[in-house]
Design a protein around this ligand. Structure first.
Ligand code: NAP
Length: 248
């Protein structure tokens, strides 16, 4: 079912982990893709080839979304190539975990700059365009820990809680112009981000998941696609948990 036929989708951090699964899910549903990366050039090239082999028009754009000029350039390169942006997925994110007492100021700043400021900068750059188009959808990646907190992740949890506030505010600002903004809150998903967790942390997460397994990037990608589609036309400002029941 090509529910995104000819629609243009921009995915930040779209070449690895959850972002990669999101890019592939949209491509399988007929979208044209702009996949952003910051350092994974080889992975970006390989993904574009994979997308093209699926019959999808795609470009990869290197940009650090925590920098305003990069966010603007990424947006204008997408528009130069495809003329519009129908869906923005603010997926890029990083962790720099430590207990608060040991957390360096730079680790706080880096995480806030990518996860929260990056989402703000991309929403602003693409939002201007969507408001003019009078249509568009944004889906922001938050996290269960943005809702419940997590020892050792004060910076990350605060950034993801911020993403929820940003999502709800933009949903209210943009609704009258036909632009919807929602968030997805994944739980424990198997990607590079979680591969650094030690056995105790993994066992702790696993014991909290009623569905009894870690999530896959595809579990998240399918919900992102639903929130980007006409099937969710009456939803905005919502935070949808994709966590196997961790936060019932
Ligand atoms: P990941 O495997 O570590 O991938 C992170 C992605 O973000 C990469 O594509 C990376 O690009 C990109 N990125 C990082 N900094 C960037 C920057 N400054 N500018 C542009 N792109 C940047 O992470 P993931 O697990 O797929 O997570 C994706 C999103 O889901 C994140 O927002 C994360 O917080 C959220 N999330 C994940 C989990 C989980 O359990 N995995 C749970 C809850 C929420 P490069 O490849 O070029 O470095």
């Amino acid at each position: 079912m090509l529910m995104f036929k000819d629609q243009v989708v921009l995915v930040t951090g779209g070449t690895r982990g959850i972002g990669r699964a999101i890019s592939l899910e949209f491509a399988g549903k007929g979208a044209k893709l702009v996949v952003n990366y910051t350092s994974s050039e080889e992975k970006a090239k390989a993904l574009v080839e994979e997308l093209e082999a699926m019959g999808c028009e795609a470009i990869a754009v290197q940009a650090d979304i925590s920098k305003a000029e990069d966010a603007e350039r990424l947006t204008s390169e997408a528009v130069k190539k495809f003329g519009r942006i129908d869906v923005l997925v603010n997926n890029a994110g990083i962790t720099k975990d430590n207990l608060l007492i040991r957390m360096k100021e730079a680790d706080w700043d880096d995480v806030m700059n990518v996860n929260l400021k990056g989402t703000f900068l991309m929403s602003k750059a693409v939002g201007k365009l969507m408001l003019k188009q009078r249509s568009g959808v944004m889906v922001n990646l938050t996290s269960v820990v943005g809702i419940m907190g997590n020892a050792g992740q004060a910076n990350y949890s605060a950034s993801k809680a911020g993403v929820i506030g940003l999502t709800k505010s933009l949903a209210r600002e943009f609704a009258s112009r036909g632009v919807r903004v929602n968030a997805v809150a994944p739980g424990y998903i198997l990607t590079d981000m979680t591969s650094v967790l030690n056995e105790d942390a993994i066992a702790n997460f696993a014991s909290q998941i009623p569905l009894g397994r870690a999530g896959t990037p595809e579990d998240v990608a399918k919900v992102v696609c639903f929130l980007s589609s006409q099937d969710s036309a009456y939803m905005t400002g919502q935070v949808i948990h994709v966590d196997g029941g961790m936060l019932i």
